[in-house]
Design a protein around this ligand. Structure first.
Ligand code: NAG
Ligand code: NAG
Ligand code: NAG
Ligand code: NAG
Ligand code: NAG
Length: 270
């Protein structure tokens, strides 16, 4: 009985309340509010991160420590009356869930969680394109999207969406276009957090004399060997297998045409 009472008194169940999310732009200063009852006089404040509850800023027995984790350097400050945590010069790595554990002078405890989103103004990506000559009414288009921002992920939208393409969620896109088809719009979109996006569009068709990138710069064919080689292997393997099954399908011809087009692409490497 004694043991049970002891167990119950030590097993303090504190409900964790979610305070939702706040967002700030890269480089900005943000205040994470502790959500404390304004009538409380705080005796302990512990801000922590990660699943192992690593302390980042604490106030214990009248002492404040805001330089516990290297990642934050000297960017943190703690308001010991409100429990609010200020983060200066936001970085991408600061985007995560923060937990604050508060204790008042009457030994009442409260735990709150808040999610920080770090937003970013992304720059427009650049699209470069190269294509094979048309044969049997089709041509192969290879597009490459690049962004000046780091850590972005890429995706493509193709209109009309019926155009045959490989993987639309990487920086490179290969598409087979019909010469009878009107122009096709290729949109490359970049994002780092699925909240902020930037995109560029190119309109291309098989028989254009010149493929124009969205910027005013002259077109650079940047299909270097590194880029083209895995592609060549893939097409050779694919083409030889399919040739054994069907002779002279339309796609095969396009693939062969692509192989013929390779020297054309490579010779334009800058
Ligand atoms: C807590 O977790 C983080 C990342 O998950 C790790 O880097 C850190 O070393 C861990 N800290 C401790 C004290 O285990
Ligand atoms: C925040 O960034 C500014 C400008 O880059 C710099 O001068 C300042 O020292 C930084 N502050 C902290 C606490 O890192
Ligand atoms: C700390 O928080 C209190 C209550 O919100 C506020 O009145 C005070 O100005 C804050 N102090 C600083 C240094 O920001
Ligand atoms: C190209 O157009 C022809 C006729 O319009 C059609 O039969 C063929 O499937 C089209 N090919 C592609 C790749 O859209
Ligand atoms: C492609 O984009 C241009 C300019 O943004 C637009 O005028 C045209 O209608 C689009 N074409 C298609 C097929 O969506």
């Amino acid at each position: 009985m004694k043991l049970l009472t002891l167990l119950l008194s030590t097993l303090q169940v504190v409900l964790v309340k979610s305070l939702g999310e706040v967002s700030g732009y890269l480089g900005d200063t943000i205040i994470l509010q502790s959500g404390v009852d304004p009538t409380w006089t705080l005796s302990k404040i512990e801000w922590s991160i990660w699943s192992n509850h690593t302390w980042i800023a604490t106030y214990h027995k009248g002492r404040t420590n805001t330089e516990r984790v290297h990642q934050f350097g000297q960017r943190l400050s703690l308001n010991i009356s409100s429990g609010d945590l200020t983060i200066q010069n936001l970085t991408k790595d600061d985007a995560m869930e923060y937990t604050v554990d508060l204790l008042n002078t009457d030994d009442e405890e409260k735990v709150n969680k808040i999610n920080l989103i770090v937003r970013e103004l992304l720059q427009k990506p650049t699209i470069q394109a190269a294509r094979s000559l048309s044969v049997n009414g089709e041509c192969l288009m290879v597009l490459k999207c690049s962004s000046p921002d780091s850590g972005v992920s890429y995706s493509w939208d193709v209109i009309p969406s019926s155009v045959y393409t490989l993987d639309r969620s990487s920086a490179r896109l290969s598409a087979i276009l019909n010469t009878t088809q009107n122009s096709v719009n290729f949109t490359c979109t970049t994002t780092t957090n699925n909240i902020d996006h930037a995109s560029s569009v190119v309109t291309l068709k098989c028989d254009d004399d010149e493929i124009q990138p969205p910027t005013q710069e002259p077109l650079k064919y940047q299909c270097r060997v590194k880029f083209a080689f895995p592609f060549l292997i893939g097409f050779l393997v694919g083409a030889s297998i399919v040739t054994m099954i069907y002779c002279f399908g339309d796609k095969i011809k396009a693939a062969f045409q692509f192989l013929k087009g390779m020297p054309f692409i490579l010779s334009h490497s800058s």
